[in-house]
Design a protein around this ligand. Structure first.
Ligand code: PLP
Length: 405
């Protein structure tokens, strides 16, 4: 993930919205470690919480339940599902692995249904069809291996669905219902392609009717689409939710939570379900997560971050228009991307129509002007991106787009 051609930039220091590389070059950071750093680098409240957690405990971890873990669990359940149950993991990937295993335990079936273009972590079966090429996509909506080394049975056990096409999604789910363990999706595709009106509601209705657990992977959208995720923004409650990124405040953390009768299957006294991870519930991560949610949850903070994102997106749109370049900026909440295509953008296939080489040129021109984004990837904002930083970013965009046109 960190690599890009001809070689990635190695960083040495960071503060707020800024990064400095090994040669001392300064950048405004729009990668933010792929999303988690929503308060920017080294927020004082988060850094203090980490220091205090270490000092108070006198150790890095206990290998037992502890107070901060319970506190963050209570906070997250209050936000997402007050009468639900939850567990911490070390990463978003571990959260989706366990959510899928729980769904299989509940349904006693093995096939998973996932959407083309959706990412749920670097796990063989969850990588299926996450980035098919144009040529692979032309073969139809069939399972495509996401990595060399994926066993065939993973492909046979995966049903691929089309995001934002409710009729076809429903048809496919009904056809394979007898084998399905779950339906898993990113409720906002890659956190910048919004679900169309009633799409999530329709998926909820059909999975409810067939008693197939619906898993929302909100590892990215959880505290980026809105405070409390896409399920709050779009008013649809899944059976299981996966979280990560922001909830660890910049330290490794993930979680899965959901219906008592499903997550309850993981109750150790039943002896039926296996969940293990040495570092899950890592105390400094719990402290950093609590501090992050404290700051982000202050009245007006998230709304103001969304407004900053809107201001930047509007400014870039104007610059794009003025330059005569054909591109669009899909944006949801605090995330946006730039795609060089005039066509509609409502699913992964539409993104394949975009000109990736133009986007690469833009990213390199931005990098030269001190704007850091992982080439080709979305832009993430933080509360440290203030007016001055947005102004400098827009200046850099203006110059970079002039180079392009
Ligand atoms: C939607 C989604 N799910 C799962 C993951 C995996 O999370 P992690 O990298 O913490 O394992 C990611 C990471 O980018 C993600 O965006």
């Amino acid at each position: 993930m960190k690599h890009f051609a001809p070689y990635p930039v190695a960083m040495k220091k960071a503060k707020g919205a800024r990064l400095w590389d090994l040669d001392g070059n300064e950048y405004i950071d729009y990668c933010l470690s792929f999303g988690p750093l929503i308060l920017g680098h080294g927020h004082p409240r988060v850094m203090k919480a980490i220091r205090d957690a270490l000092a108070d405990a006198g150790t890095t971890m206990f290998g037992t339940p502890h107070e901060l873990e319970a506190k963050l669990a209570e906070r997250l359940l209050r936000i997402f599902l007050p009468d639900g149950r939850m567990r911490f993991t070390l990463s978003g990937t571990e959260a989706t692995i366990h959510a899928v295993r729980l769904a299989r335990a509940y349904r006693r079936r093995s096939v998973i249904a996932k959407f083309e273009g959706h990412f749920h972590g670097a796990v063989d079966e969850l990588l299926v069809s996450h980035t098919p090429t144009k040529e692979e996509a032309a073969r139809g909506l069939v399972p495509v291996s996401g990595s060399r080394g994926t066993p065939d049975y993973m492909l046979q056990n995966t049903l691929v669905l089309p995001f934002n096409d409710l009729d076809e999604t429903e048809r496919r789910i009904r056809e394979r219902a007898a084998d399905l363990a779950c339906v898993i999706l990113e409720p906002v595709e890659r956190s910048y392609i919004a679900p169309e009106r009633d799409f999530l509601k329709g998926v909820r209705e059909v999975t409810d009717e067939l008693d197939i657990p619906l898993i929302f992977d909100e590892v990215m959208s959880g505290f980026r689409v809105t405070f409390g995720g896409a399920q709050h923004a779009y008013g649809v409650t899944p059976d299981l939710t996966c979280l990560g990124k922001v909830i660890g405040g910049g330290l490794p953390c993930g979680a899965f939570l959901g219906r008592e009768d499903i997550v309850g299957l993981a109750d150790p006294s039943r002896g039926e379900f296996f969940h293990s991870s040495t570092f899950a519930g890592y105390p400094p991560a719990m402290a950093a997560g609590l501090a992050t949610l404290d700051v982000l949850g202050r009245r007006g903070t998230f709304d103001s971050l969304v407004a900053t994102t809107r201001r930047l997106v509007d400014g870039i749109s104007k610059a794009i228009h003025a330059s005569g370049v054909v591109a669009q900026i899909p944006a949801v909440g605090t995330v946006f991307s730039i795609l060089f295509t005039p066509g509609r953008l409502h699913d992964y296939r539409d993104t394949l129509a975009a000109d990736a080489s133009q986007r690469r040129e833009l990213d390199m021109a931005l990098l030269d002007r001190g704007i850091f984004v992982k080439p080709g990837k979305p832009f993430y904002l933080s509360t440290a991106h203030d007016r001055g930083i947005i102004g400098s970013t827009l200046d850099a965009f203006g110059a970079a787009l002039t180079d392009l046109s």
